[in-house]
Design a protein around this ligand. Structure first.
Ligand code: NAG
Ligand code: NAG
Length: 212
């Protein structure tokens, strides 16, 4: 009798210890990691604009410019596209973008640590989002993007400012992970039908002032 009570008590204690882990559902973990990333991205203006020479641009693949208009276009044109596919593209593209930014920053540059911190946060996000490819083949168009981003000798290069790349990252994040962000967090409408130019929910001059 005594022994079974002790066993029961032990089991109960064990349960109490495990419970918080069970309550931390995958969704909670995903949103926590994204919110941490969101907070860090708030510092992008100082780190990617003010700490860099005026109008400084870096060379990136066409595919590394991943904006809301791209999302709308892919949604409209690719059959069997799932949100998870777009989230995977977002993760890949932005990790490549960070690598490119780091390549031009000396270790002692004031934005270096900020950029490596972002890389770490991206890795954490990736850990809680199992890639779609574990379950099914992504659509061909998506596979093509993966391939092109990894190509070393690409024909399609563009010069863009690091700040605008991180702006894309920030805006698309709010639209691709709607479960984690409220609509007030968004700077722009997520559904953009007039691609290639998305109508902003803000008046245009105000919007361009914000993106500077
Ligand atoms: C930076 O770019 C803006 C807009 O394209 C331009 O008006 C400005 O003259 C440029 N500044 C320099 C220093 O090149
Ligand atoms: C996004 O659209 C631009 C053209 O507006 C294109 O060059 C780029 O490859 C697209 N990015 C992706 C990831 O599809």
């Amino acid at each position: 009798m005594v022994r079974s009570t002790a066993w029961l008590l032990g089991a109960l204690l064990g349960l109490i210890c495990v419970l918080p882990l069970v309550l931390m559902t995958p969704r909670t973990a995903q949103c926590t990691s994204l919110k941490t990333l969101e907070n860090k991205l708030i510092g992008r203006r100082r780190n990617m604009k003010h700490n860099l020479p005026i109008n400084y641009t870096i060379r990136v693949h066409y595919e590394e410019v991943f904006k809301l208009s791209n999302i709308s276009r892919l949604r409209a044109r690719v059959e069997d596209l799932e949100d998870g596919d777009l989230q995977d593209v977002w993760l890949l593209v932005n990790q490549e973008v960070l690598k490119r930014i780091l390549r031009v920053l000396p270790v002692r540059h004031p934005s270096y640590k900020y950029t490596t911190d972002l890389e770490d946060l991206f890795r954490k996000v990736q850990q809680v989002f199992p890639p779609q490819t574990d379950e099914r083949e992504p659509p061909e168009r998506i596979e093509e993007i993966y391939k092109r981003v990894k190509e070393i000798d690409s024909k399609g290069w563009r010069f863009v400012t690091p700040k605008s790349l991180l702006d894309n990252c920030y805006r698309t994040m709010h639209c691709l992970f709607k479960d984690c962000f409220s609509s007030e967090d968004r700077e722009q409408d997520c559904e953009c039908t007039s691609f290639p130019y998305c109508t902003s929910s803000l008046p245009l001059p105000l919007n361009s002032a914000l993106s500077n």
